[in-house]
Structures are given as C-alpha cells and as structure tokens.
Design a protein around this ligand. Structure first.
Ligand SMILES: Cc1cc2nc3c(=O)[nH]c(=O)nc-3n(C[C@H](O)[C@H](O)[C@H](O)COP(=O)(O)O)c2cc1C
Length: 186
C-alpha cells in the first residue's frame, strides 16, 4: 500500500554550483538544488531574491553552473551556507579559485571538473523566488574526466542532494543502456 503525503520533492536533486561576477568583477558561487535541464538547450534555476548570486545574474545575465563532486563536497556545501553579501572572501575561504569563461562573463571554478556556461533568456520574479531560464552556450570539462572526448560520469565524481536525509550522495555505476533495455517489452 502507498502512503499519501502533502508535500513532495524531485528525487534525486542535483548539486549545482552557480558562478557569477558582481559589478566589481568579484567572483561569487552558491549551491543550488532547485534546478534542472529544460529541453535540449536550456536550463532553469530557482533562486531566493536576496542572494548575491541572484543580484549578479540580474546584472550580468550570464553565469556558470559547475557540478559538485565528492572530492570538493565541503567547499560545495560551504558556498551554500555563507553569502557573498556578508563574507567578502567566500571563495578563498573554501579553497576555490577561478578563471573567467571565454564565452560568458562568469567564473569557472578550477577545482570542479565540469561546468556549463549559461546566458539568461528569461528572469521572472514570482512567489518570492527568482526563476531564471537560460540558454546553455558552452561547457568546460577537465581532460581528467573525459573518455573518448566525452564527459565520463564514472570519472567525474558527481553527487546528488537527498532532501529527506539532507545529505549528499554519490552516484552509482551504470545499470543498463537507456532507450535500449526497455525494448525487450516491444
Ligand atoms: C544543498 C543546498 C541547496 C541549496 N539550494 C538552493 C536553491 O536551489 N535555491 C536557492 O535560492 N538557494 C539554495 N541554497 C542556499 C544558497 O546556496 C545559500 O543561501 C548561499 O549562501 C547563497 O550565496 P550568495 O548570497 O553568495 O549567492 C542551497 C543551499 C544548500 C546547502
């Protein structure tokens, strides 16, 4: 028998590290779970209006999203509990260093192996949240996580966010080929 609950969440959620620059070119980063792919070329994220990241995106309309890794999980959590509005050297404190993307006016965090480069196409302030839809204009990936020129999840060490236990979880191995194993019922 299935139990019925009042609230529900997507599972698993991603652990997205959003990188932005402020008006003075100072980099910031924050952790976001409320986000995802929206079709082939777009993503969306839902941000509290008070975050420094949100102000930076309203200003520049450009940002990066790196995918958190098990190796860097403490730093990824830190950027989700402390605001760049109140801690000036937020990135330095957790050991993140950045280079500027060549495609968008946003920082690439050197310690995280994969990041997408995003340009906002719609920003809506609704229900106390800032909803950003963005076009993905590029991707940066370290050589160390590539196999045959493609991002290899087995090497990348990506993690997910578990909203029930409020913990980060690693991603396990492949179990079947997509658009393939189900064909046995055809
Ligand atoms: C696991 C986790 C997930 C989070 N997801 C979101 C989110 O999806 N949207 C959001 O607005 N804040 C989210 N936060 C909170 C922000 O990351 C946090 O308030 C951060 O300090 C904002 O930094 P900033 O002010 O420098 O931009 C999350 C925090 C954690 C730890």
């Amino acid at each position: 028998m299935k139990q019925s609950f009042e609230k529900g969440f997507f599972a698993p959620l991603p652990v997205l590290i959003i990188g932005t620059y402020d008006a003075n070119g100072k980099p910031d980063a924050m952790n976001a779970a409320w986000g995802g792919q929206a079709g082939m070329t777009q993503i969306s994220v839902s941000l509290a209006g008070s975050h420094k990241t949100t102000a930076n995106i309203r200003l520049n309309k450009e940002f990066t999203i790196a995918f958190a890794t098990a190796e860097q999980i403490a730093a990824c959590d830190y950027v989700g509990v402390v605001s760049g509005n109140s801690v000036e050297n937020k990135l330095e404190k957790c050991g993140f260093t950045v280079t500027k993307s060549d495609k968008v006016n946003a920082p690439i965090i050197e310690q995280l192996p994969v990041a997408i480069e995003c340009r906002a196409i719609d920003i809506q302030e609704e229900f106390g949240e800032t909803r950003v839809v963005a076009e993905v204009v590029g991707l940066k990936a370290d050589d160390s996580v590539l196999t045959d020129g493609k991002v290899d999840y087995g090497k990348a060490g990506f993690v997910t966010y578990d909203t029930v236990s409020k913990t980060y979880r690693t991603i396990g191995g492949s179990i079947a080929n997509a658009r393939s194993i189900g064909r046995k019922f055809e």
